[in-house]
Design a protein around this ligand. Structure first.
Ligand SMILES: NC(=O)c1ccc[n+]([C@@H]2O[C@H](COP(=O)([O-])OP(=O)(O)OC[C@H]3O[C@@H](n4cnc5c(N)ncnc54)[C@H](O)[C@@H]3O)[C@@H](O)[C@H]2O)c1
Length: 268
């Protein structure tokens, strides 16, 4: 899909990867709705896009609230005339202490933002995309959705869920002309990396620093470029793209396939 003249919606667009994707989509000619709990950041993203001659609007949205998700889709239709592209991108870490010591409210929030909201956001968006004859959904998973990610087991579990959901929704391409794909970035240089530092003990800070130091930081614009690739390439559905520092984005096939299932057949 050529983003020119299309309508895109970016959750978590007030910061980091979401802001970079929103800017890239606007630069490519899409009108962009920013949906986030952070009103100031959202208005800043809108100002950034409008300052470069693009079209954008902000709608306050808590992605863990179903009514908010329905409202953000309705807002895109009312403001820009429809919905063609959804970037399910809002995400949070569980923070320390690590599960199973994490209080239930913390890991439940991680689950709600990172996985429940991707499921519910997709459900809210698909009818609007059907009204347009099709659409593209790009989810932000993480390399933590592919590897064993011990620093935050709940984060890793939610991102594995996003990867699994994305692959399982490949059928929507045939059924509704809606292509669902996801990006799996390594460590990206965004405010997520520095949130909560002040409250950390020296031991927690050392643990966090070790994780960040283990991988060089990817600029958010690299992730935005991978998202745009998924938007533009009409052949891709149910695909998972790794975005690592200094390497071209790469599709990651499932680790295990079953010959008996035609949808999972291994190449001969
Ligand atoms: N930064 C990284 O290293 C990295 C790596 C891989 C994947 N990711 C994923 O990328 C996505 C974006 O993260 P980022 O690094 O840009 O972080 P960020 O903290 O800069 O941005 C996250 C955005 O999500 C918003 N958000 C949080 N809870 C929300 C809610 N309930 N409703 C609506 N919006 C909410 C925040 O307000 C913020 O604007 C997340 O899904 C994250 O898990 C990040």
């Amino acid at each position: 899909m050529n983003p020119e003249g299309k309508v895109a919606l970016v959750t978590g667009g007030s910061s980091g990867i979401g802001r970079a994707t929103a800017s890239a989509l606007a630069e490519a000619g899409a009108s962009v709705v920013i949906a986030d709990v952070d009103d100031n950041g959202g208005n800043d993203t809108v100002a950034l896009i409008e300052g470069s001659g693009g079209k954008a609007a902000f709608v306050h949205t808590d992605v863990t609230n179903r009514q908010d998700l329905e409202r953000m889709v309705a807002f895109a239709e009312e403001t820009f005339g429809g919905l063609d592209i959804l970037h399910n991108n809002a995400g949070v870490n569980t923070g320390l202490p690590r599960f199973p010591d994490a209080p239930p409210e913390r890991w439940e929030q991680t689950f709600a933002v990172n996985l429940w909201a991707v499921i519910a956001g997709t459900q809210a968006a698909v009818p609007a995309m059907r009204r347009r004859g099709g659409g593209v959904i790009v989810n932000t998973a993480s390399i933590a959705g592919i590897i064993r990610y011990e620093p935050d087991p709940i984060y890793g579990a939610t991102k594995h869920g996003v990867v699994g959901l994305t692959r399982a929704l490949a059928f929507l391409k045939e059924e509704a002309n809606v292509r669902v794909n996801c990006v799996c970035p390594g460590v990206v240089d965004t405010p997520m990396l520095t949130r909560g530092l002040a409250e950390m003990t020296p031991e927690e800070r050392a643990q966090r620093d070790a994780i960040v130091a283990a991988m060089p930081l990817i600029p958010p614009s690299d992730v935005a470029a991978a998202v745009l690739e998924f938007v533009r390439d009409d052949s891709l559905a149910g695909e998972v793209m790794g975005v690592m520092y200094g390497r071209p984005p790469k599709l990651i096939p499932p680790a295990v396939t079953f010959r008996s299932d035609p949808a999972q057949r291994m190449p001969s």
